[in-house]
Structures are given as structure tokens and as C-alpha cells.
Design a protein around this ligand. Structure first.
Ligand code: UDX
Length: 436
């Protein structure tokens, strides 16, 4: 079996850095390579730009112990028999993931490492990628193991160290066992399978989560129409272990850096082989329609007409990140809703605990809306306050003080995160999602 003590990790983004820091924490000697010089320079000083609980601590501990080192050149992994590839696979214009950086780095590493080498592909790649990579590398010296990541933002370290399962797809049993040995101290079942199944499993999971979230959002809209309460309905659904209790919270739509990209990738794969995957296609469409309906609801609440114009209306928004517990606004449904409100003529002032005005440019490239540092500043002169991310701290806002700031006493809580009686007790009208 190949010794797993020296592990290379290529890519120091959110997946790569979590992987490198956690592997060092597990006792491995990790060489983490990223071609972004300034990022590597900061990481060498222990400065972590990614907001993830425990990540900065693990990086510092790894640097102190000498088990974690950062480099810009791939030469750093020369002495590693295991190299984990954590490179981005962004969706192209047609939705197909672009795997070129995985392929080119794999070939470069293969040229650098003289002995036996196992390339571990953590990046999300379409089924068939690992096989194609293996064939293009040629020979028996190098093996490829597909090891998809299931890390949720905001809890990536916990998910890495305490996963529900570890998936290893490969053709060579010795290579799979070498990767299994790398995870020996992680208390999780290991599912050993073939390349394509491991690759597809990642897409299948995220596709299913998208279907579940879209379904929940549609049920919430139905609750509104029939006078039912989605929290009660979801509680009944959650009590059935066949359904499970997660992903049953309605919101303004699902987003983030994974679900939208992976559903597109899955649909692209399905399209290429003529497998319809109608459910996932519907979930994606449903997500767009759901967001549009929310914008229409907000518009109707203000103007009496769902298709009305919002010129002259000021809207206070609470939440810009794609979910609570992260500072990530990539593909955020909250930002998409804000943009639509602005396109209808509204003036939007937004507050998010994780994106202060310093980061406004990163959130709002076109200067369409204003990002403020206090929730009460978002409330100022607002005709409605709209909650778009489920940050628990929104419950603790001084709603009596907010009432003194607003132009109209209406709260639309698109995450059902606020305590209705607190908000109404302070004099606001409250509308949740799927709650009468
Ligand atoms: C996801 C997957 O969960 C993870 O396994 C994968 O590896 C990467 O993609 P993440 O992007 O961090 O993780 O977000 P997740 O917590 O899954 O939420 C995705 C989106 O669904 C968010 O916009 C969230 O707000 C939304 N969501 C989630 C809901 O609208 N309702 C829910 O009940 C749960």
C-alpha cells in the first residue's frame, strides 16, 4: 500500500484549504499548492480569507506543527504519493463543467512525481472524467480515485472531519485503499465504488437536494393559497424518515456556488446521453418561478398590483448571502431578488451581518443598491422590510426602534426566521412564506 503520510493538495480555495487543513489536523504532512501568490503569502502567515468556523485555527495549528505548508509551485508535491485535486470546475455557457484545470494540473503533477502516484479527484466532474483522465495519463504508475466532496459552506471543517460517508471511486483496489488509509481516523463509512458512480453520486445528491428545496418552496406557496401553515406541514413531512427532516425550510429559492452549478452540470450530462431527468429540470425552473413570485408578492404588497412599478419605493432588505452562516453571495437568491426589485424601480438598502459596506462592491457590482452596516439603517424610510437570508440575529433586532425608522410598517419574511409575535407586538404587519 502506498504510504499516505505525505499528501499534496492542489487548490487552496474553500474545498482545498479545508481538505489541506483537516488532513494536517489528522496527522498527515500536507503540501498545499495554489497558483495565487498573494493568497499563498497570506496563508503562510496564517491569514485565512475564507469565513469558515475552525478553519483559521486548523491552518494556524498546521503551520505551527510544520505539518501544513503552502506553496505556489507544483514542485512542492514532488515527494507525495497521494495528490488531492481541489480545483474549480466552473460551468461553461452551456452548463457543462469546465474540467480543464483538473486535467492540466493532473498531467503536470504526473510529470513531476517519479514514483507511484494516486491522483484523488475531489473537484465535481461529470461522470467519465476520471476514466478519461486515467486513460490520458497512460501506464500503471499513476492511478485516479474519484473522491467527491460533500462540504457545506459554514460547516466545511465539521463535514470533513465527521462526514456522513466517504465515497471512493476507482478501478485499482490498491489505489482506493491508499486513499481509504488517508481517512483512517475519520469515523465514517467508506463507500467503495467505480469511477462513474462516484462522480454521478455527487451530482445526484445535489440534484435531489435541489428537487427537495424546490418542492418545499412550492408547498409553501400552496400553503399560502389554501391557508395552511408550511411549518406544520413540514413538521409532519420531517417525521417520516423516508423524507427526512433537512431541506424542508422554504426561502427565496436555493442558490450558492454548488447547487445551481451542479444541477446545470447534471442536466448537461443527462442531455448528452438522452436521459431526460425531468424532475431536476423542473426544480431549476421552479426555483426561478418561485423567486419571480416572491418579487411579485412584494410588489403587490406595496402597489396593489403584482406587475406594478416600484419607482419611489424604498425597500429595506435583511440578508444578502445565499444562506446564513457564510459570507458567500455567489449565486445568492437574495441578491437576485434585490436585483429584480431594483429593476422594477425600487431603491434598496440592504444589511447582512456577513457583508458590511466594505464588501459592498463584491456583492453589488453595478452599484444598483446600497449595503449598510446596521439593520436600522436598512429600515430607514423603507416601505417594507424584506428578510431574504435566515440569519438568527435578525430575531434580535430592536423592532420597536425599526418601527420608528420605516415609512410603512410591513415585514415580509421570506425565510420564516422572525418571531411573528415579537414583530407584530412592535406594531408591524408580518407576512411569512406559507404561513397564514
Ligand atoms: C451544498 C451541498 O449541501 C453540499 O453537500 C455540496 O457539497 C455543496 O453544495 P452549500 O452550497 O454549502 O452545500 O449549501 P446548502 O446548505 O446545501 O444550501 C443550498 C441552498 O439551498 C441555499 O441557498 C439554502 O438557503 C437553500 N436551502 C437549503 C433552502 O432553501 N431550504 C432548505 O431547507 C435548505
Amino acid at each position: 500500500m502506498i504510504a499516505a503520510e505525505r499528501v499534496g493538495v492542489v487548490g487552496a480555495g474553500y474545498v482545498g484549504l479545508t481538505t489541506a487543513a483537516c488532513l494536517a489536523h489528522l496527522g498527515h504532512h500536507v503540501r498545499c499548492v495554489d497558483n495565487a501568490g498573494p493568497r499563498v503569502a497570506r496563508l503562510r502567515r496564517g491569514v485565512v480569507d475564507i469565513e469558515e468556523p475552525q478553519l483559521a485555527e486548523l491552518v494556524s495549528a498546521g503551520l505551527r506543527s510544520g505539518r501544513l505548508r503552502f506553496d505556489t509551485g507544483l514542485g512542492a508535491v514532488t515527494g507525495c504519493a497521494l495528490v488531492v485535486l481541489c480545483l474549480p470546475t466552473p460551468a461553461g455557457w452551456d452548463g457543462a463543467p469546465d474540467v480543464r484545470s483538473v486535467t492540466s494540473v493532473a498531467h503536470a503533477v504526473a510529470r513531476l512525481v517519479a514514483g507511484p502516484l494516486v491522483l484523488v479527484v475531489k473537484s465535481t466532474v461529470p461522470p467519465g472524467s476520471a476514466r478519461a483522465l486515467h486513460e490520458s495519463l497512460g501506464g500503471d504508475r499513476i492511478d485516479v480515485v474519484s473522491n467527491p466532496e460533500f462540504l457545506r459552506e459554514g460547516r466545511s471543517v465539521r463535514d470533513f472531519l465527521h462526514p456522513d460517508r466517504i465515497v471512493l471511486g476507482g478501478r485499482c483496489a490498491a489505489a482506493v485503499e491508499a486513499v481509504a488509509a488517508m481517512y483512517r481516523s475519520v469515523p465514517a463509512p467508506i463507500i467503495r465504488t467505480d469511477w462513474a458512480s462516484a462522480e454521478l453520486a455527487k451530482y445526484a445528491c445535489n440534484g435531489f437536494l435541489a428537487v427537495k428545496a424546490s418542492y418545499t418552496n412550492e408547498v409553501a406557496d400552496l400553503c399560502d393559497a389554501v391557508g395552511a401553515d408550511v411549518t406544520e406541514v413540514a413538521a409532519v413531512m420531517a417525521a417520516d424518515p423516508r423524507i427526512g427532516r433537512h431541506f424542508l425550510a422554504p426561502g427565496p429559492g436555493w442558490g450558492g456556488s454548488c447547487l445551481p452549478k451542479d444541477t446545470r452540470g447534471l442536466l448537461d450530462t443527462a442531455g448528452r446521453v438522452g436521459a431526460p431527468l425531468d424532475t431536476v429540470r423542473a426544480a431549476v425552473e421552479s426555483n426561478t418561478h418561485h423567486r419571480d413570485r416572491l418579487v411579485r408578492r412584494i410588489t403587490e404588497a406595496l402597489t396593489g398590483d403584482p406587475d406594478g412599478h416600484l419607482d419611489g419605493y424604498r425597500i429595506g432588505v435583511l440578508g444578502l448571502t445565499f444562506k446564513a452562516g457564510t459570507d458567500d453571495t455567489r449565486d445568492s437568491p437574495a441578491v437576485a431578488v434585490v436585483r429584480q426589485l431594483c429593476a422594477r424601480g425600487a431603491t434598496v438598502t440592504a444589511y447582512d451581518p456577513a457583508c458590511g459596506s466594505r464588501r459592498a462592491a463584491a456583492v453589488d457590482h453595478d452599484g444598483e443598491f446600497q449595503v449598510v452596516d446596521e439593520p436600522l439603517l436598512a429600515a430607514k424610510s423603507a416601505s417594507v422590510i424584506v428578510v431574504l437570508t435566515e440569519w438568527p440575529e435578525f430575531r434580535a433586532i430592536d423592532w420597536s426602534a425599526a418601527l420608528r425608522e420605516v415609512a410603512g410598517p410591513l415585514v415580509i419574511d421570506a425565510r420564516n426566521v422572525l418571531d411573528r409575535s415579537t414583530v407584530t407586538g412592535c406594531g408591524f404587519s408580518y407576512r411569512g412564506l406559507g404561513r397564514p
